[in-house]
Design a protein around this ligand. Structure first.
Ligand code: XMP
Length: 518
């Protein structure tokens, strides 16, 4: 590999993605690879350094993930973290034992070797103590010969050790998590000073290199891309358009469950009037989807119908195009990691609503965004000149408004929720609420209640406004939106959206709620 890179060898650690993130923050390309990767393969990648992750196993357990001692002899700098540190100690002739006292959480670590390259500029109190995040039951009881103990805690004699001549470094704590305030510095020290990386990985160079690689790979082949209007598929489409122009066909299925004006916005950017060279096909399948959803109220059934019909419509359109050489997917790195490193390309179903089409005639999949994290995809998008409102679009589920309308979906209800959602998000934007911290949308409850407007009795729907703060979408808290902003939203929605006479704010966190209402 010509480009500088650091490899993260995965032993089952839950923070592996964070390690990769921290390395990328140094502008050094980083990839997570399984611990089963043979050393020859690792060497062939010519990495500047290797980081061993933590993991739940014990190095002495029979089926524990392990690696040959040759890894520590091949001259490549290695940083072992938690389980990785124990493995290094074990393989290099030290001793690993069950710790008499396990350490979990914030732990005071005394750094004995402040001149260690790993700890350059790390801030400590006057006793050389810094706070680190620990999570271990085994520990290094005895460092291997030739290793210096560089840090310890009251319960852990070897919280860090190193053999600087062999460029082998180990830490029992987790420098990659934010709970270790000086941890980012330690990783930077390893990557830049110990591995000697220059930090030349840039998004502009990523875009340039990827376009070149796509051109070489695709040659004069034909590519089909399912465009959803979300950031991943949009960036994927623009990269391909820059690489192969009209050899690319993007099919955009408008299922009528998009946010207000979204279909037209996608067409403006990617259609014939837009700046990109490609074949753009918009399938206006709104009425088709509404007819398939008529009378259906059960959430899972709705999801299944939307997913299956999406594939149906997409396939029908693809058949008109005929055989293609490649199917383009906007898979990004977290999808790859979640679907299991080393298990091959399991494509997550949520990419294009219902999964990968079975009946499209293609030879290979291209996934140009596969190495990138979400914020990196956004950066590439901006580099490529994609409008910022598209690049920073709120996450939106594949089944769209179909799962934000409780009960039966109708064209009338879609219109109501689109309008309410548009007002809500515009007012939040006006009030300077940072929607990037989570997800903000309106949903239509299936509840009608009595109200009075003018002198008239009304019997209309209630809109639920939802706002959650989350970083991983697995857990979430209701956002504290200022009362006056909520009141403006309520007033506008009731006055401007026909069919609504009540507005509720959903306070439920996740768990027990989910972010979407269905
Ligand atoms: P829940 O409702 O499960 O949502 O708390 C968590 C996150 O996932 C999104 N979501 C989906 N995304 N297809 C998607 O592409 C889906 O079927 C789907 N369901 C939920 C949701 O918007 C939130 O960001």
């Amino acid at each position: 590999m010509a480009q500088e890179c650091v490899l993260v060898l995965d032993f089952g650690g839950q923070y592996k993605q964070l390690i990769a993130r921290r390395v990328r923050e140094c502008n050094v390309y980083c990839e997570i690879i399984p611990y089963t990767t043979p050393l020859d393969e690792i060497k062939a990648r010519n990495p500047k350094g290797i980081i061993l992750t933590g993991g739940p196993a014990s190095v002495y357990a029979e089926d524990s993930p392990t690696y040959s001692a040759d890894l520590f002899e091949c001259g490549i700098p290695v940083l072992g973290i938690c389980y990785g540190s124990q493995l290094m100690a074990y393989r290099c002739g030290g001793e690993v034992k069950t710790a008499p006292v396990s350490e979990y959480g914030h732990t005071k670590v005394a750094i004995q070797a402040l001149d260690s390259k790993l700890f350059t500029s790390v801030e400590t109190d006057s006793d050389g103590v810094t706070s680190c995040w620990m999570s271990h039951t085994d520990y290094i009881a005895k460092a291997p010969a030739g290793f210096e103990i560089t840090a310890s805690t009251g319960n852990c004699p070897v919280a860090a050790m190193e053999n600087a001549d062999r460029k082998l470094y180990a830490v029992q704590f987790h420098p990659e998590v934010l709970h270790t305030p000086e941890g980012t510095k330690m990783i930077r020290n390893f990557v830049m000073d110990i591995c000697g990386c220059s930090g030349d990985w840039r998004m502009s160079s990523f875009a340039e290199t990827t376009i070149k690689e796509l051109r070489e790979k695709i040659g004069d082949g034909k590519v089909l891309c399912a465009l959803s209007g979300g950031v991943d598929s949009s960036v994927c489409a623009v990269l391909l358009s820059k690489a192969i122009g009209k050899q690319l066909t993007c099919v955009f299925v408008d299922h009528g469950l998009l946010r207000k004006d979204e279909g037209d916005e996608v067409e403006r950017v990617f259609g014939p009037e837009g700046p990109y060279e490609l074949n753009f096909v918009r399938v206006n399948a709104q009425d088709y989807f509404y007819s398939k959803l008529a009378g259906v109220t059960e959430p899972e059934e709705k999801r299944k119908i939307i997913g299956a019909e999406f594939i149906n419509v997409f396939e029908k359109e693809a058949k008109k195009i005929g055989a293609v050489d490649f199917l383009a997917q906007g898979t990004i790195y977290p999808d790859v990691v979640e679907s299991g490193i080393g298990k091959g390309a399991t494509i997550k179903s949520h990419h294009n609503v219902g999964g990968l089409p079975d009946h499209v005639d293609f030879k290979e999949i291209v996934e140009p965004l596969r190495p990138l994290f979400k914020d990196e995809v956004r950066q590439v998008g901006l580099e490529l000149g994609i409008p910022a409102n598209l690049v920073y679009r709120q996450p939106f589920p594949g089944p769209g408004l179909g799962i934000r309308i409780i009960g039966e979906v109708t064209a009338e209800k879609v219109k109501i929720v689109q309008e309410a959602d548009y007002i809500y998000r515009s007012e939040l934007e006006k009030a300077g609420i940072d929607m990037g911290k989570g997800q903000f949308f309106a949903a239509l409850t299936n509840m009608r209640s009595v109200g009075v407007m003018g002198d008239e009795r009304t019997y209309d729907y209630a809109i639920a406004l939802r706002g959650v703060i989350t970083s991983d979408f697995m857990t979430a808290e209701a956002a504290e939106i200022p009362w006056n902003v909520l009141q403006i939203c309520m007033n506008r929605i009731i006055n401007e959206v026909k069919g609504v006479n009540r507005v509720l704010y959903d306070l439920t966190s996740k768990p027990p709620g989910t972010i979407e209402l269905e």
